[in-house]
Design a protein around this ligand. Sequence first.
Ligand code: AMP
Length: 277
Amino acid sequence: MQVIGTIAELRALRQQLSGAVGFVPTMGYLHQGHLALVRRARTENSTVVVSIYVNPTQFGPREDSAGYPRELNRDLDLLHSEKVDVIFVPSDAEMYPPGFSTWVDVENVTERLEGASRPGHFRGVATIVTKLFNVVRPSRAYFGQKDAQQTAVIRRMVADLDMGIEIVAVPTVRESDGLAMSSRNVHLSPEERRAATVLFEALTLTRELSRGGEKDAEEIRQQMTSLIQKEPLARIDYVSIADASTLEELSFIDRPALASLAVTIGKTRLMDNMPLE
Ligand code: AMP
């Protein structure tokens, strides 16, 4: 396993690789969700590259990238156990040198949900992922269903800019009570952690309603909303039933749809989603 901090070193190493390269971009503080991506990449490629970088440009002015949890040595141990070949851990100065002025803006799919709640977020994501793709030049890149809109944005970008990279979406890994694993869960107090199960409960209700034949999206949104409102620690940011690829809100479920929600519990903003067949 090689740990690399500079673009120049990674480029030099990349030139020597033959065969498929699988790439897993992360912000570190790894959990089983990240490792599911890494394991999938390991089975499908000769070389696996993981990046660990807390990208400051995808955090809004009122969000704190410096406060994002970090534990590099533990992350490196976990990735070593998964037989990852290369770990890229760049500094901010390496990724955004003085004079940096070029941004990747994906339109439409970025304007809703997370994009509406966190202006500029997807511009930061698309820009850093493009830069990482340009350096790693992967055959396949692995993203979590957990961040369904991010995966949709990356798919759009890869198609529009002819990047020629296969985007693989990996199902969400959950705790035993259904809470989606997230690096942010560490911020929850024990009481908030208990309250956080309301997200999965709302999605489970959605799935049951949908399986029962409910096609009225507004009816489902209302039932999700009233279930979440029963939890005093939860504050809804959005509740959505949308087209699974464009993320446009639906009034009637007549195509593959995605139920998604963002809810703040205490001071921690959590999000989750579930595809509706
Ligand atoms: P992050 O470090 O939060 O930027 O996440 C890095 C990648 O891991 C993203 O593609 C996420 O969607 C994915 N990921 C995060 N949490 C989970 C989870 N619980 N299950 C599956 N993938 C996840």
